[in-house]
Design a protein around this ligand. Structure first.
Ligand SMILES: [Ca+2]
Length: 147
């Protein structure tokens, strides 16, 4: 409180003509800055809105349990190859399997995978994963409810 009063009395101490020019400058500077900040906030806000909307759509399709979404995520993880032509994102594969709600649902994912890519998901899993990771996937699947 004390500081504020001191600053306010200081700004009224100069000659009246000079201080009104200074005030005008201050107004121009602050309104320009204010405008820049406002449009910056607007753009950032719009960016985050768009992003959260996209995330929302993605979440929704997972919650709705679209088997094709899971099949695509697995395929993307399989195709996460390095420049020398091989590689798989094992963590992504395991994450997808953790999200799959049931054994019955996994069968739908298998169907979606073969519809999309013309290949068997099981044999691609065997090809893409180490035997340890493959066994982990099987273990995750066998712990799921049937439906
Ligand atoms: Ca691969």
């Amino acid at each position: 409180m004390k500081k504020r009063r001191k600053r306010a009395s200081g700004s009224y101490a100069g000659s009246p003509a000079h201080s009104s020019v200074d005030d005008f400058k201050t107004i121009v500077i602050y309104s320009t800055l204010g405008l820049a900040t406002a449009s910056g906030v607007f753009l950032a806000g719009r960016h985050f809105y768009k992003k959260s909307k996209a995330n929302g759509a993605q979440k929704k399709s997972l919650q709705e349990g679209n088997p094709a979404t899971y099949a695509k995520q697995l395929k993307m993880a399989f195709d996460n190859d390095t420049w020398f032509g091989w590689g798989t994102d094992e963590n992504q594969v395991l994450q997808v399997f953790n999200q799959i709600p049931s054994k019955a649902f996994y069968q739908k994912v298998q169907k979606a995978y073969s519809d999309l890519y013309g290949k068997s998901l099981n044999s691609d899993l065997e090809d893409e994963l180490s035997s340890d990771d493959y066994n982990t996937v099987i273990r995750i699947l066998s712990s799921k409810n049937a439906k």
